[in-house]
Design a binder for this molecule. Structure first.
Ligand SMILES: [Zn+2]
Length: 141
């Protein structure tokens, strides 16, 4: 399970709408507690993919390093990544699956027509290497 605040979801939706029709991506800082993760801060990242930015993302590694540093300063860790699927469902693509690491939560936000957003979270199973949907729990702000 990943625990997010409504403000985190709003921030991800806002980023996805702003970036539409391109994919946007970012980093989720927080804490691991047992099998659960708790999000604390959402950090936007650049998408380095210029050729197919409507259906691919390449998270800028500089942004990941900066987020990791910010996490260390605050006692947080990178618990997941998010990216948008402009005009596509909030399910991972084969491309997403190939590149995912089992340790992270992968939040995918579907942005239909630049407006209607839905979000789901996915985790890659270490053994089967398939994505399994992860429950999102929304904590009160
Ligand atoms: Zn994707």
């Amino acid at each position: 399970m990943i625990i997010l605040r409504q403000s985190h979801i709003d921030a991800i939706f806002e980023h996805g709408r702003e970036g539409h029709p391109d994919e946007v991506c970012g980093i989720i800082l927080g804490r691991f507690s047992g099998d659960d993760r708790e999000a604390i801060e959402i950090v936007r990242a650049g998408n380095l993919n210029n050729d197919r930015s409507h259906d691919r993302y390449e998270l800028d590694p500089k942004d990941l390093i900066a987020a990791e540093r910010k996490g260390r300063e605050n006692g947080w860790e990178v618990i997941g990544l998010y990216h948008s699927h402009p005009d596509h469902p909030d399910a991972p693509s084969e491309f997403d699956r190939e590149r995912a690491w089992p340790v992270y939560s992968y939040l995918i936000v579907s942005v239909m027509k630049g407006e209607d957003c839905t979000i789901r979270s996915w985790q890659k199973d270490e053994e089967t290497e398939q994505f399994i949907e992860e429950k999102i729990n929304i904590a009160g702000d």
